[in-house]
Design a protein around this ligand. Structure first.
Ligand SMILES: [Zn+2]
Length: 479
């Protein structure tokens, strides 16, 4: 071998070694899968927007609000939409069903009222006499005089704007608006009859995106109706289970849903102690549904996990942890929540955006098989990462870390299901030579790292495998 040949051989060896380290590289595809794999690789290499020369047209580089419709028009998106993606593991319940559904199907009902309270718009159901007395306006009346009301309403319920980079100049400003969106619909969705339809829609949007199971982060909503009904926290969980049963009657292969209790980071120590007791009581009543706990809200504000470590250590035998941690671009303070998430044996870590700057923690996450819940569109909209090609998950994917793709709060940015987040991850965060293997691995990871028990996981894998075989057959026929 000449020196030049030796050089090229060394070069190829390095690239081959790296290729073999990437997530999903150890999977072996069968003959039929390889046909689709080749097709996907061809799509990646033939697409003119996926080259340096045309990088200004590279879709995921644009802000999601500006490129959502471009994504939908691509063949790769179409494949991802139809691909059985397994499970959805990180979604906040109040942002799980699309805003268009809420506007068209819930706000057009009788007795829906709106009011600006301390600069925050809120919606709820009320009896007409109560509404007039407290200064709420009727949406029905408003729409008679204002034909643009629904577009104004959509702006109140989502973050979508024409020029996101100008409208949200800082992380603080976007988080303030973001948290207001939950406040706007909180009482609207807490109206029990509306919640039942809302929740059914949450499951439907998963199912239509070829997702067979979901885990929702939430707190029990304070249900009410206009007939004087009095509801307790356990009615919320009963309703969740009843709607799920109904959904399964209509969609026989849907696996189900699990609930992760999400305390607000601002909770006081005293309230946390009391609410943990309540949660343990609920866990005894709904042992399968309630799988664990988390803290939500802007990670720069409120308490750290360390503030609560004593209380959390005391319950960790009874409840699993699924902590948001390291959803920050700071180094040396907020990101240290990752230390506590790992030490407290969190089953998965929400975002873990700052993980790649902590080598010791990276080792522990890998050794302990803690999955990272990667939410790329959330990270872009909430200003942690602008161009997804620079996302810090990429070095973790390159080393084969257990990553699951999640959607966080899809309704707030006009997404449904997981396909959009899969699209961004696939095109912006995996190398050009990656095809079906990494996609299959993402689906398998979502099942493996879900909170389902052993038996349910076997069932879920069986459902997914059947759908996968069918998907491969259908795609091959169309190629
Ligand atoms: Zn989240």
């Amino acid at each position: 071998m000449s020196k030049a040949e030796e050089y090229v051989s060394d070069r190829n060896n390095i690239l081959k070694k790296e290729e073999n380290m990437f997530l999903g590289s150890s999977l072996i595809l069968n003959e039929r899968e390889r046909v689709l794999d080749n097709h996907i690789l061809n799509l990646r290499s033939d697409d003119p927007t996926l080259s340096y020369q045309n990088s200004h047209d590279f879709i995921p580089k644009k802000h999601f609000f500006e490129c959502r419709m471009n994504m939908v028009d691509t063949e790769i998106f179409n494949i991802l939409r139809r691909l059985p993606k397994g499970h959805s593991l990180h979604t906040h319940l109040l942002a799980a069903a699309s805003i268009d559904f809420i506007i068209a199907n819930i706000t057009y009902r009788d007795n829906v009222y709106g009011k600006l309270i301390n600069d925050q718009f809120k919606l709820r159901f009320l009896k007409p006499d109560e509404a007039t007395k407290d200064g709420w306006f009727s949406l029905e009346e408003k729409r008679k005089n204002d034909t643009n009301f629904d577009s104004w309403l959509k702006q109140q319920l989502s973050l979508i704007v024409q020029c996101p980079r100008e409208s949200y100049p800082s992380l603080e400003s976007v988080w303030e608006k973001f948290e207001g969106k939950f406040s706007a619909i909180y009482h609207l969705i807490s109206y029990k009859p509306a919640f039942e339809d809302y929740y059914y829609q949450c499951l439907k949007e998963l199912y239509e995106d070829n997702i067979m199971y979901g885990e929702f982060r939430a707190t029990p909503l304070p249900f009410y109706d206009l007939d004087g009904g009095v509801y307790k926290a356990e009615d919320f969980f009963h309703t969740i289970l009843e709607v799920e049963e109904k959904f399964k009657e209509d969609h026989y292969d849907f696996i189900g849903v699990r609930y992760i209790h999400s305390f607000n980071r601002g909770i006081s120590l005293e309230d946390l102690r009391k609410e943990l007791e309540d949660l343990l009581t609920m866990k005894e009543k709904f042992p399968k549904l309630i799988v664990g706990l988390d803290f939500e809200g802007f990670e720069e504000h409120g308490h750290t996990l360390l503030d609560f470590h004593e209380e959390l250590i005391n319950v960790r035998e009874k409840l699993d942890f699924f902590f948001h941690a390291g959803e920050t671009n700071w180094f040396g303070h907020t990101d240290c929540n990752l230390v506590d998430a790992v030490l407290m044996k969190s089953k998965r870590i929400g975002h873990g955006f700052a993980l790649s700057r902590h080598p010791q923690l990276m080792n522990l996450v890998f050794e302990n098989n803690i999955a990272i819940e990667h939410c790329p569109i959330s990270n872009q909209v909430l200003l942690l990462n602008d161009d997804p090609r620079n996302h810090p998950i990429i070095p973790l994917l390159s080393k084969g870390f257990p990553v699951v793709i999640c959607n966080d709060d899809p309704a707030v940015w006009g997404a449904t299901g997981l396909s959009y987040d899969w699209y961004v991850t696939f095109l912006a965060m995996t190398p050009k030579k990656c095809g079906l293997k990494v996609l299959k691995q993402f689906a398998l990871n979502s099942i493996r790292f879900s909170a389902l028990d052993k038996d349910d996981k076997v069932k879920a894998m069986d459902v997914w495998s059947r759908r996968w075989v069918k998907f491969i057959s259908e795609m091959i026929e169309e190629i």
